[in-house]
Design a protein around this ligand. Structure first.
Ligand code: PNS
Length: 159
């Protein structure tokens, strides 16, 4: 078991995402961060922006690859020959949806397992949606997102 897939919308990446990926990277030789190209919700940042933000925030780790996918996660995992998906869990409220996705993915691709990393309490309240809402109305998000993301949010909502 050497590689793990960390998929998500990352619109934008938060310190919670980065923490989960960092901690996962200690347990696997290779981490494939998979950014969904077309999330179901309209995204604030382009795919290239989201990949670039992740790449900058994770540049201190040497076992990370940033990639993107469209369509089913199980097809991407199969193409990349990865059999473990790692997701972060913040609260019980995340669990129901995450369990549904994990079970569906396992049904579609027997042998693809999902593992969960619990969020640090400091990030348990944090979500990309909340960060965007706070930034949109001029609130400070420094300390909640990587520095490059804070700058990008300020630029996006300037004026
Ligand atoms: O950051 P998110 O929004 O929680 O990430 C969700 C994501 C992108 C991992 C999930 O929506 C996904 O895997 N989408 C790809 C489409 C797919 O495979 N759907 C079936 C999953 S049960």
């Amino acid at each position: 078991m050497t590689a793990a897939l960390c998929p998500g919308s990352f619109d934008p990446p938060t310190n919670g995402h980065i923490d989960v990926i960092e901690r996962t990277s200690r347990h696997f030789q290779r981490i494939l961060v998979a950014v969904i190209a077309n999330p179901s919700k309209d995204s604030l940042f382009s795919l290239e922006d989201r990949k670039q933000m992740l790449s900058q925030a994770l540049s201190h780790l040497d076992n990370i690859e940033i990639d993107s996918f469209d369509g089913l996660l199980v097809d991407f995992a199969r193409r990349k020959d990865v059999s473990v998906v790692v997701k972060g869990l913040r609260a019980v409220s995340d669990f129901e949806y995450e369990l549904q996705m994990a079970e569906m993915n396992a049904a579609l691709a027997p042998g693809l397992d999902t593992m969960f990393v619990t969020a640090k309490p400091a990030w348990a309240f944090l979500s990309s949606s909340l960060v965007k809402e706070v930034a949109r109305f001029g609130g400070a998000v420094d300390g909640l997102v990587p520095p490059g993301v804070a700058v990008a949010l300020k630029e996006r909502f300037a004026g």
